[in-house]
Design a protein around this ligand. Structure first.
Ligand code: NAG
Ligand code: NAG
Ligand code: NAG
Ligand code: NAG
Ligand code: NAG
Length: 453
C-alpha cells in the first residue's frame, strides 16, 4: 500500500493518459497495515452515550507517527461509538467491524465550524462558514475507510428539522469529507442518515468508492449520497444508494467562486450501481458545475423509484461546462422524468456573479436505455444564449406509466441526434435532418478503439 511519492505521481499520470474507463480498471490493493490499534485502547466507550471525540482525535494523533512506517489501522470493534467531528491522517485505514456503528452527535457544539470551500465562496445553505463533516481528511495521501459492513450513522433527523425550520446557524455537515487528498478508498460500509451528503471528495484525485450502501429517508431534505466535486480519477462501483434528494451528483463549484477556482471534475467512471432518489435525480450533474465536468462514463446502472433518472442542471451565471459524457446500459423503473436537462436551475451565491458567464452543455450521449413506468421521457430546457448541443440518443425505449398519460418529450434550445428511440423525441433531437450521428460523442476506450454505436 505504501508507495513512494514519486511512484504515486507516475501512476497517476499513467491513469490520466489512459483516459476514462480505467478508473475502475483495477481493484484497490489493500495490503494490511503493519500497525493496528483499537479505539477502545484510547478510552472510547461503545455504549451509544459516551462522547468519544477526544478518543478518536487521540488515537489518530498517535497513529500519525506510523505514517512513515507503513501506515496504521484504527480498528473500531462492535459497539455504538458516539462522536463529534474528527480528522484523519495520511497512510491510515479506519476499519469498522461488523456491528460497529459510528454515531454522529446531535449537539451542534460537537461539530467544529470551518471556512467555506474556496470554490463555493460561502456555505451552501447559510452564508459564511459551515459545520465540519463527521470524518474529515485534509491534504492526505493513502486513506482507506472500510470495514466488514460497519455503519456510519449521522443521526441527521435533527439537522433536517433545523434545515426545514430555518434554524441552522451554519450549513449542514456531511458524513465523510476528503479535501485535496489522493489515493482514497471507501468500501464495504453502510452509511445512514447523513445530515447533508454521505461521501464528499473535493479537490481529490484517485478516489475509489466500492461496495457501499447509503441511505437517508425519502423525506430528508436535499440529502445526497456521493458527491465527486472538483475531483478527478474517481471510480464508484457496486453500490446501493437510496437518498432523499439525489443519489450521485457530480459538481465543481459555484458561480464566480467556482470559475475562479477552476478545478473540473473529470475522468469519472460509475458502474454497477442501484440508485433511488426520492425528490431529485438518481444520477445528477450540477447544478454547481462552474469548474467544468467532463470525461464521465456511467454504465450498467439501475435507476428506480425516483423523481428523475438522469439530470443535468445549470443556469446562466454558472460558466463552466458539462461535456464528453456517456451514459449507457441504463435500466430505469418507476421514474417520473427519465431524462431531465435544465438550464434554469439553481440560485447564486451572492450578487457578484457574472450573468454573462454562460454554461456549456455539449457532447452528451445516452445509449442502450430502457425505462418502465415512465411519465415524462425527456425534458430539455436549454439556454437561449447558449443552447445545449450534440445531445445523442441511441437505442432508448421508454414504456408508458399506465395510470397517467405519457407526455413524451419537451424541448427548447437543444440540438442533437437520435436513432431507435421510442417514443419518438422532439424534432430538435430528431433524425439526421437537424444533425448527424457524427454529433455523437463516444469516449475513447482503453485499447484506443472508439466504441461503436
Ligand atoms: C481538522 O482539520 C481542519 C482543517 O481541515 C482544521 O481546521 C481543524 O482545526 C482540525 N481539527 C482538529 C481537532 O485537529
Ligand atoms: C461487500 O461488503 C460486504 C460487507 O459489507 C462483504 O460481505 C462483501 O463480500 C463485499 N463484496 C465485495 C464484492 O467486496
Ligand atoms: C450491512 O449492515 C446494514 C445495517 O447496518 C444491514 O441493513 C445490511 O443488511 C448489512 N449488509 C450485509 C451485506 O451484511
Ligand atoms: C443557533 O444559534 C442560536 C444563538 O446562539 C442558538 O440559540 C441556537 O440553538 C442555534 N441553533 C442551532 C440549530 O444550533
Ligand atoms: C471488501 O470486503 C471483501 C470481503 O471481506 C474483501 O474481499 C474486499 O477486499 C474488500 N474490498 C475493499 C475494497 O475493501
Amino acid at each position: 500500500m505504501l508507495l513512494a511519492l514519486p511512484l504515486l505521481l507516475a501512476l497517476s499520470n499513467a491513469l490520466r493518459a489512459y483516459g476514462v474507463g480505467e478508473q475502475c480498471g483495477s481493484n484497490p490493493t489493500l495490503d494490511p497495515r503493519p500497525h493496528s490499534v483499537s479505539i477502545s485502547e484510547f478510552g472510547a466507550v461503545g455504549d451509544g452515550k459516551t462522547l468519544n471525540t477526544i478518543a478518536f482525535q487521540n488515537a489518530i494523533f498517535y497513529l500519525k507517527s506510523f505514517a512513515d512506517k507503513g501506515g496504521a489501522q484504527l480498528y473500531v470493534p462492535p459497539g455504538k461509538w458516539l462522536t463529534g467531528s474528527f480528522n484523519l491522517t495520511s497512510h491510515l485505514t479506519l476499519f469498522l467491524e461488523k456491528g460497529a456503528v459510528i454515531i454522529g452527535s446531535q449537539d451542534p457544539s460537537h461539530w467544529e465550524v470551518i471556512e467555506p470551500l474556496p470554490s463555493y465562496g460561502r456555505g451552501l445553505e447559510v452564508p459564511g462558514g459551515r459545520y465540519q463533516s463527521l470524518i474529515n481528511g485534509y491534504k492526505l495521501h493513502d486513506v482507506v475507510i472500510t470495514g466488514n459492513n460497519g455503519t456510519i450513522d449521522g443521526m441527521g433527523m435533527v439537522w433536517w428539522e433545523w434545515y426545514s425550520s430555518h434554524s441552522l446557524n451554519h450549513s449542514r455537515p456531511h458524513l465523510v469529507e476528503l479535501v485535496a487528498s489522493d489515493y482514497v478508498v471507501v468500501s464495504n460500509l453502510t452509511f445512514l442518515n447523513a445530515p447533508l451528503y454521505s461521501i464528499h471528495p473535493v479537490y481529490c484525485s484517485n478516489v475509489h468508492i466500492q461496495n457501499v450502501s447509503i441511505s437517508t429517508p425519502p423525506e430528508s431534505p436535499h440529502t445526497i449520497g456521493i458527491v465527486p466535486d472538483s475531483s478527478d480519477n474517481v471510480c464508484i462501483e457496486d453500490c446501493i444508494l437510496a437518498l432523499g434528494f439525489d443519489a450521485i451528483t457530480l459538481k465543481s463549484g459555484w458561480d464566480e467562486y467556482g470559475i475562479a477556482y477552476g478545478r473540473p471534475t473529470e475522468n469519472v467512471h460509475i458502474r454497477r450501481v442501484h440508485l433511488q432518489a426520492s425528490s431529485g435525480s438518481a444520477i445528477a450533474f450540477g447544478s454547481d458545475m462552474s469548474g467544468g465536468i467532463s470525461n464521465v462514463l456511467v454504465e450498467h446502472v439501475h435507476l428506480f423509484n425516483s423523481n428523475s433518472g438522469i439530470g443535468f442542471r445549470t443556469t446562466e451565471g454558472r460558466g463552466g461546462y458539462m461535456k464528453e459524457i456517456v451514459l449507457s446500459d441504463i435500466q430505469m423503473e418507476n421514474i417520473h422524468t427519465a431524462i431531465a436537462v435544465t438550464g434554469h436551475c439553481g440560485s447564486h451565491p451572492d450578487d457578484k456573479f457574472d450573468p454573462n458567464a454562460l454554461p456549456i452543455l455539449d457532447q452528451i450521449t445516452l445509449k442502450d436505455v430502457t425505462g418502465k413506468n415512465i411519465t415524462i421521457a425527456g425534458n430539455f430546457a436549454g439556454i437561449e444564449k447558449s443552447p445545449f448541443t450534440n445531445i445523442c440518443l441511441s437505442n432508448i425505449t421508454f414504456s408508458i406509466n399506465p395510470v397517467s398519460p405519457l407526455i413524451t418529450w419537451e424541448c427548447s434550445n437543444v440540438y442533437g441526434f437520435s436513432e431507435s428511440v421510442f417514443p419518438e423525441p422532439c424534432s430538435e433531437l430528431g433524425n439526421p435532418t437537424n444533425s448527424s450521428s457524427s454529433s455523437c460523442y463516444y469516449l475513447q476506450s482503453i485499447s484506443g478503439k472508439t466504441a461503436e454505436l
